[in-house]
Design a protein around this ligand. Structure first.
Ligand SMILES: [Zn+2]
Length: 284
């Protein structure tokens, strides 16, 4: 059968080669049925070291896929709690490393992110991962504005735009915002209230921005940490990420349980939009 069809095709080749039939098409047809000439057959028979497709390692479930089981602490209003907060990110390198450290230490924190940092797919993926790991995501305005100096319209657009972007990425609209530099005024509080955001300050300024030194950052935490406190750090600073594990270990040694800001505030009732909190309790 095979031989016959080969002959037939060979004949049609001579026939067609003379006519104007497009050679390419014809040639393609012949290749499909042509028995391999002996030489070629030999070559084929010789076991060629055909490069075996390297078995791809079965896709190890990347940590991005699995949400960290969120330990739900049994909270006692008189317990020893404290919150770690990280501002200004996400940062493609430092935030990614910080998420690993937090996961390894089973600690959840609060991130106050700038909307303008969330424009790339990579940044969105980092934020999604942070949310999946159980971290809390708050707003730090779109472009780090000083809310004492801006118009009401500008504040509103900076906060709405950031909340929209956070919700678009994580599926959850933020309830907390941290005014850059801790600056706010009546208008800022009014806008925040209308947009459903409580204003979160801090009790411990680690001064990571100026020291850039992991040991000094830890020293500030040791000096100023107290129950219901909120610790200010920045995940765009390498030193802050470097200091994180030792801060966590020290706080645990002191008997602290680390909560998100939302959890810390919830010990005394839900945080109220437009109200300023410096610690677990409102300040104005
Ligand atoms: Zn900031």
């Amino acid at each position: 059968m095979r031989k016959n069809s080969f002959l037939l095709l060979l004949l049609s080749f001579f026939f067609c080669a003379a006519c104007a039939s497009p050679a390419g098409e014809f040639h393609a047809g012949i290749e499909l049925v042509t028995p391999t000439p002996p030489q070629a057959a030999l070559e084929i028979a010789t076991p060629k070291p055909t490069p075996e497709p390297t078995p791809k390692p079965t896709a190890t479930p990347s940590p991005t896929a699995e949400p960290m089981p969120t330990p739900v602490p049994t909270l006692d209003p008189d317990g020893k709690y404290i919150a770690l907060t990280y501002d200004d990110g996400p940062h493609e390198t430092y935030t990614a490393r910080l998420l690993d450290i937090l996961r390894e230490n089973e600690v959840r924190v609060t991130f106050f992110v700038q909307g303008k940092q969330l424009q790339s797919d990579e940044a969105a993926e980092l934020l999604r991962q942070a949310a999946l790991d159980g971290h809390e995501i708050g707003s730090h305005t779109w472009s780090h504005i000083d809310m004492k100096k801006e118009s009401e319209a500008k504040m509103r657009s900076e906060l709405s735009r950031t909340s929209n972007r956070i919700e678009e990425i994580t599926g959850t609209r933020p309830l907390l915002m941290r005014p850059p530099y801790g600056n706010h005024n009546g208008t800022a509080r009014k806008v925040a209230r209308e947009l459903g955001l409580a204003l979160i300050l801090w009790t411990v300024d680690t001064k990571d921005w100026s020291s850039n030194n992991a040991a000094k950052i830890l020293q500030e935490v040791r000096r100023a940490a107290k129950p219901n406190g909120i610790i200010l750090l920045h995940d765009i600073k390498k030193a802050s990420v470097d200091a994180t594990e030792s801060i966590i270990l020290w706080l645990k040694e002191q008997g602290y349980t680390i909560l998100t800001v939302g959890e810390l505030l919830a010990l005394r009732g839900e945080p109220e939009p437009g109200i300023v909190y410096r610690s677990g309790a409102p300040v104005g």
